[in-house]
Design a protein around this ligand. Sequence first.
Ligand code: ATP
Ligand code: MG
Length: 379
Amino acid sequence: MTAVLPGATIGIFGGGQLGRMMTLAARTLGYHVIVLDPDAACAAGPVADRVITARLDDVAAATELARASDVVTVEIEKVGLDAMAAAAALRPVRPGAHVLRVIQDRARQKQWLAEHDFPLGPFWVARSAGELRDVLARAGANAFVKSATGGYDGRGQARAGPADDAEAVWRSLGSAPCVVEQALELESEISVMVARREGGAQATFPPALNHHVNGVLDWSVIPAPIPDTLAREGVRIACGIAERLDVVGLLAVEMFVVRGGTLVVNELAPRPHNSFHHTELASLTSQFEQGIRAVCDLPLGATDSTRPAAIANLFGDLWLHGAAPRWEQALALPGVRVHLYGKSPRPGRKMGHVGAVADSADDAVAMALDARARLRPGA
Ligand code: ATP
Ligand code: MG
């Protein structure tokens, strides 16, 4: 396949904040962008050439997207496989439907990883309330019960143990198949971002160190201040998965460092990832540009970090204090930047992030958190 060169049009399934930042990177490289999203007022809308307003499983809309594009990609894994197939009949779709098929169902994803000998924590799949009861009896106290489909940012999850009412947990998660995971004792969480071209050329960013609060990413820093051996092992695992899954585009691999220093894979995302937004601050190539290069079959960019960089997420709650966030307070800090996604605020909704560059990972995190704290009206 020949490269899709600047001047061409990239079609994206999904128009959320990831699509918005992909679009901005694509535009910098001189591409046109069309996004397909159910929300006419989606975050990518104002920066894209065109929005096709339709569900992500709308076959006719996917056909229209592909027809108007030279190559098609995704910013979200919940795209209908029939819609992807319709697009793939017309244009290259990267990553392909075979990747989304494995990733978009948590049970299938776990089973695929296990079958291919990638390291995982103990898990079980429950397909009925009865099965869930049996599994909870074995999975230990406070296990993570996760819907097989539809969850994100900690939603679609419950904590339960042998003493809990399995029937009630089953119903609370929509009476649909779920994955139960033993609650692991985490030393830390890291993620690895792999970009891969057709033909197999790959590039990875240094791993990021991630901090979650209530199951949602709160802050992240790159390069992760972890031993080199651990970072290398994370990169090796992630590259192995990207190759085995035959990903073209981006693959983010979330991993747990469990007590004792062992790495296990938590989950995969075939797209840009919240834990690599800091690549826009001090990496030679951002994750968004790297994804566009991979999808367009162009040489991948250098992934070196020139300095440690951190981001802290901004949630809708910040807007709900009766006064505007105090942007000048954060922007006055040298090395701090603000990224907003143009979304309307709701409690818990990811609205943007603040980023900071410093001499050490610890300083970058401290500065990003300080900047975020200063935004709060009345702070
Ligand atoms: P996101 O979309 O933000 O990645 P998600 O809804 O897909 O989140 P997970 O990544 O499965 O959810 O879990 C979110 C967080 O919950 C993890 O990053 C980790 O902090 C914690 N967590 C999840 N599973 C486990 C586990 N088995 N043991 C310990 N902690 C866990
Ligand atoms: Mg996750």
